[in-house]
Ligand binder design. Structure first.
Ligand code: DI6
Ligand code: FE
Length: 409
């Protein structure tokens, strides 16, 4: 009989939420085992199905704990400088987000702070936030630019984002969000700024390999569908996938625009209508729901979750971690909010930070589920049932985090 290669690591005695199937449900395996070789899952199944005589260099017994795929925070603006607490205080006093933005605050005040910050300062501030996410079992983070708004500063943000992935045991995915707001030096000329993004910034950033995808903010206070469409065409011309901040504050038909361009995801979506949801379903565009921003802006209209279900739109859940609308460094809290505020089921939430979040990043082949060949990224939870992972506010039941087969805590 051929000699069987031992696993590098083997976890036994766990209940597994594999997220392996496309359909609803968690793909549960009771009394399961996971074996890793070279950072990938080489076995996943009931412990009783382990090949006879299987051995491992290291074996861990999990005593009935639950294992999910490592969590994925698929929409963040985690690299920024300073904070906007004073703006929040103004909003608490009655000011509104769009008025603050039109008066030169909002995103543009973070742009000022980022332009003044060194790369080292940005990295230190972002790493502190990344560490909070990792402590909750996150193994993949998407990070957007969009607070630089000129080539040098957008590159600076994306370099810092890439460096976070080298500094910590985490998969870091970057997104260029040049079309986030109009910088002051553009003197009000939105079309000229879009030209600059398409002909100068985007090609330089793509050539430097700094972005894995391209995003935009389609909104009355930001850019029109036509302007975003030009950015998307330029991105596709360079072979980069696209995604969109859509219908967050008003219905600007952003969901349909994203779908028309084959976007990986459309994000926020509070004001998306039935036609937008239908277009997303037909295009396979994932709805990324961001309840932290909804909560901090004290929005009243929740995204059309029932329409997303009707049209078979996958739903992901993310923090939107940013200094303005979502100063939030807890994916567990975002998960709780997605259930409490948006009405997602427990299974939808858990799929939304694993399988659907992976799909929103175009990474479903490598992460987001416990299947042979996928990265061995695991979150191991001291809970009796998966709902307890995000039930208790302010409580973190993570027992251990595994990144590419290595226990990191
Ligand atoms: N919507 C958001 O929630 C983020 N960007 C966007 O287009 C954060 C914007 C901000 O800094 O206020
Ligand atoms: Fe955002």
């Amino acid at each position: 009989m051929a000699e069987r290669r031992p696993f590098d690591r083997l976890w036994l005695g766990a209940h597994l939420a594999t997220m392996a199937e496309a359909g609803p449900g968690l793909g549960v395996i009771q009394d399961g085992a996971i074996g890793a070789i070279n950072g990938r899952i080489a076995f996943v199944g009931p412990e009783t199905a382990l090949p006879h005589g299987a051995s491992a260099h290291e074996t861990m017994r999990l005593d009935g704990r639950w294992v999910t795929p490592g969590l994925i925070d698929c929409h963040t603006h985690i690299v920024y400088a300073g904070n906007r607490a004073a703006e929040w205080e103004m909003r608490l006093g009655g000011a509104n987000y769009e008025d603050i933005a039109r008066a030169g605050g909002g995103i543009l005040s973070s742009v000022q702070a980022v332009r003044a910050a060194s790369e080292e300062a940005l990295r230190a501030q972002a790493l502190a936030r990344v560490d909070r996410l990792l402590a909750e079992g996150v193994t993949t983070i998407e990070a957007k630019s969009g607070y630089g708004l000129d080539l040098d500063n957008e590159r600076k943000l994306l370099r810092v984002a890439r460096s976070l992935g080298a500094a910590r045991a985490v998969r870091l995915v970057t997104t260029f969000l040049g079309a986030h707001a109009l910088p002051p030096e553009a003197c009000g000329d939105r079309d000229a700024f879009i030209d600059e993004i398409c002909t100068t910034m985007l090609p330089a950033i793509a050539a430097a390999g700094l972005a894995d995808a391209v995003d935009g903010f389609c909104e009355g206070i930001a850019f029109s569908p036509g302007q975003i469409g030009r950015v998307f065409d330029a991105a596709h011309g360079l072979g980069l996938p696209v995604k969109l901040h859509a219908d967050q504050l008003t219905n600007g038909s952003g969901a349909a625009l994203a779908a028309r361009h084959g976007a990986l995801s459309a994000d926020h979506l509070e004001y998306t209508d039935e036609a937008g949801a239908a277009a997303m379903g037909a295009a396979g565009t994932v709805a990324v729901l961001l309840p932290g921003a909804f909560y901090m802006l004290r929005e009243r209209q929740a995204p059309p979750v029932a329409a997303f279900r009707r049209h078979g739109v996958g739903m992901a859940v993310s923090t939107d971690c940013n200094p303005g609308t979502a100063p939030l460094v807890s994916l567990l809290l975002a998960m709780n909010m997605a259930a409490t505020l948006f009405g997602l089921t427990v299974d939808e939430v858990l799929r939304g930070v694993t399988r659907e979040a992976a799909r929103a990043l175009g990474l479903l082949d490598s992460v987001g589920s416990l299947e042979v060949g996928r990265a061995c990224d695991l979150a191991i939870w001291s809970v009796q049932h998966p709902v307890e992972i995000f039930h208790t506010l302010g409580h973190n039941p993570l027992f251990a985090r595994v990144f590419a087969g290595n226990v990191t805590d």
